[in-house]
Design a protein around this ligand. Structure first.
Ligand code: DGJ
Length: 571
């Protein structure tokens, strides 16, 4: 109510602000979908480099390129230091330019609020904030060294950050409520403690000695079966205690320090999220730097929205819609699996810009009902139409109506292969699908000449019994009745023409007992384009050499295709 009167006194109409919501999250089966203008939307995104939205000329130069690259969304920082250069004086010029350029280039915007923390540090706080360290205190190490990290235990830090965030959001609500160009907001950036797993300032130490909030132990108790295994183990280590200090409940180690910090960072973010909800109610998320390469809390940003802290974050920050991983290290499949949980949809706001971004995008949409992906420093990528990312985004853009219709229904899988991980077996109905890297066929010289196999991938979508979509790059799929596969004894390698490669080699499936049951064959393989209404437009029929005379469905390495496959049965 108080807020209502403040808005009226500022001459702003409260109702359009509160109603400004062109993007929302909805549920379809097991998937959470982002709806933009009432349509399910997949984010084919890219995040700008940190300093690329600080200059109008750069924004004007970059955004048309992003359009040529096939993005539908740009993730753009909003800088506290440039938004409030003088305390209480705001400048929204850059925000306006981003929104204007996005509209001109048919892009949606996800703003990243670089407020009190950016990669742990407080480098985006304005100078007046940084200098007044009495009023805006710093986190300290155990040795008493002050860090360039604002202390999350300071109410004045929150008030300053939240005030700027409020004014900025009110401005966005004013200029964007009709159009809805801004579809999501990230609060802070890669929050977490570095150098030290926790803050040792006086306020932090006091909080560390106080009792663990009841809300957290109740949450752990209620959600016990679904807790992240690491959290369950930690809570079990002292027999699931429900009352006591952080160390009394979780033990005396650096991981307890991390849980404690996660609770406080998440509680701070929750208050920011509530601010956003009351002004511009779009989906909200936070991003995490990964705890990869065996690093310990404080060696990586301790206490960020990491997979093993997902329960603490969910409990303390219920207004945050999703926790998102920034992926720069190895172990892609493992990280994405950890972030796609029943209560956390997968969105990758940052991934290292690389040639495999396109196949990884296919993989996460097929395997994890993902909401989107966004390579970092996207403006450094090429906009040439032959670039893998550009080709991948072009196909995925086409596929949006089809994929979003099938998300959450259990009839899609993603494929991602390299030289080590080159085969996956899938089961649908009474069929076994053997999916492989296309270089498992020795016919491309790069498969055997010592070249490193590129990462390839795609999507398998079951449309109906005996009807599939196979889409992506560099994959080969064989379909067989599961009963037939069970009768297989040996495999032979066939040449591209279907003839036995060498008579003494491993051979095609050899039947030693009397064959029982039916077989399945390929009735047709059509390369298609998917229309915006989801209908299929026929491009060409692929048969003969292109389907190994009906033995498999394949998309060569370097090709990006959507194939409509129909099967039949025979005895
Ligand atoms: C992750 C951060 O979130 C980005 O802002 C950027 O600093 C990249 N790391 C890498 O440079």
């Amino acid at each position: 109510m108080k807020r209502f009167f403040i808005l009226l006194s500022l001459g702003l109409s409260v109702f359009p602000l509160l109603l400004a919501q062109k993007s929302t999250l909805t549920r379809q089966g097991t998937a959470t979908q982002l709806q933009v203008d009432g349509q399910p939307f997949l984010i084919l995104g890219g995040e700008l480099g940190n300093s690329s939205a600080t200059c109008a000329a750069d924004i004007e130069r970059i955004f048309p390129k992003l359009k040529r690259m096939g993005l539908n969304t740009v993730l753009t920082p909003a800088y506290w230091d440039l938004t409030e250069p003088i305390e209480g004086v705001y400048d929204f010029t850059l925000t306006d330019q981003v929104i204007e350029q996005a509209r001109r280039n048919n892009l949606r915007v996800i703003f990243l609020w670089f407020g009190a923390w950016k990669n742990s540090m407080s480098c985006y706080a304005p100078q007046w904030f940084k200098e007044d360290y009495h009023k805006y205190p710093r986190a300290h190490t155990a040795q008493g060294k002050p860090l360039e990290i604002a202390s999350v235990f300071s109410e004045t830090v929150f008030q300053a950050d939240n005030r700027a965030f409020t004014r900025w959001l009110e401005h966005i609500a004013e200029i964007d409520k009709e159009t809805g160009t801004v579809i999501m907001i990230q609060i802070e950036n890669e929050i977490g403690m570095l150098e030290s797993a926790r803050d040792y300032s006086a306020a932090a130490n006091k909080a560390f000695q106080s009792s663990v909030p009841k809300a957290l132990t109740t949450y752990l108790q209620k959600n016990y079966r679904q807790l992240h295994p690491q959290m369950r183990e930690k809570w079990n280590s002292l027999k699931q205690r429900k009352e006591g200090t952080w160390q009394e409940i979780f033990g005396n180690d650096i991981f307890t320090d991390e849980i404690f910090m996660a609770w406080h960072y998440a509680s701070y973010v929750e208050r920011m999220a509530q601010t956003a909800r009351s002004i511009y109610n779009v989906p909200l998320y936070v991003n995490a730097a990964m705890n990869s390469r065996r690093r310990k809390p404080g060696e990586y940003p301790s206490a960020g929205p990491l997979a093993h802290l997902i329960d603490v974050w969910h409990c303390a920050a219920p207004s945050i819609d999703l926790l998102a991983p920034d992926l720069y290290d190895d172990g892609f499949k493992n990280w994405v699996a950890q972030y796609h949980r029943h209560n956390n949809p997968l969105f990758i706001p940052e991934i290292r810009l690389a040639d495999n971004n396109g196949v990884r995008a296919f993989y996460i949409f097929g395997e994890h009902d993902a909401m989107g992906i966004s390579p970092f420093s996207i403006e450094d990528g090429s906009d040439a139409p032959t670039t893998p990312l550009v080709q991948s985004y072009r196909k995925l853009h086409e596929l949006i109506p089809l994929l979003t219709r099938h998300q959450g229904k259990g009839n899609m899988h993603g494929l991602l292969f390299d030289q080590q991980d080159k085969e996956r077996i899938l089961f649908f109905d009474d069929l076994t699908l053997t999916c492989r890297h296309n270089f498992t066929l020795p016919w491309d010289s790069r498969a055997t000449d010592g070249s490193t196999w590129p990462e390839v991938g795609g999507i398998i979508l079951r449309l109906a019994k005996n009807e599939y979509i196979v889409a992506g790059n560099g994959i080969v799929v064989e379909f067989a009745k599961t009963s037939e596969k069970q009768q297989e004894t040996k495999r032979q390698t066939l040449g591209e023409d279907g003839f036995l490669q060498q008579s003494s080699e491993k051979t095609i499936t050899q039947q030693t007992t009397h064959f029982k049951g039916t077989r399945c064959g390929i009735s047709s393989v059509d390369e298609i384009a998917v229309q915006p209404n989801g209908e299929f437009q026929h491009i060409r029929r692929l048969n003969g050499d292109q389907s190994h005379q009906g033995r498999h469905v394949r998309i060569s390495v370097g090709d990006w295709k959507v194939l409509h496959v129909k099967l039949y049965e025979y005895k």
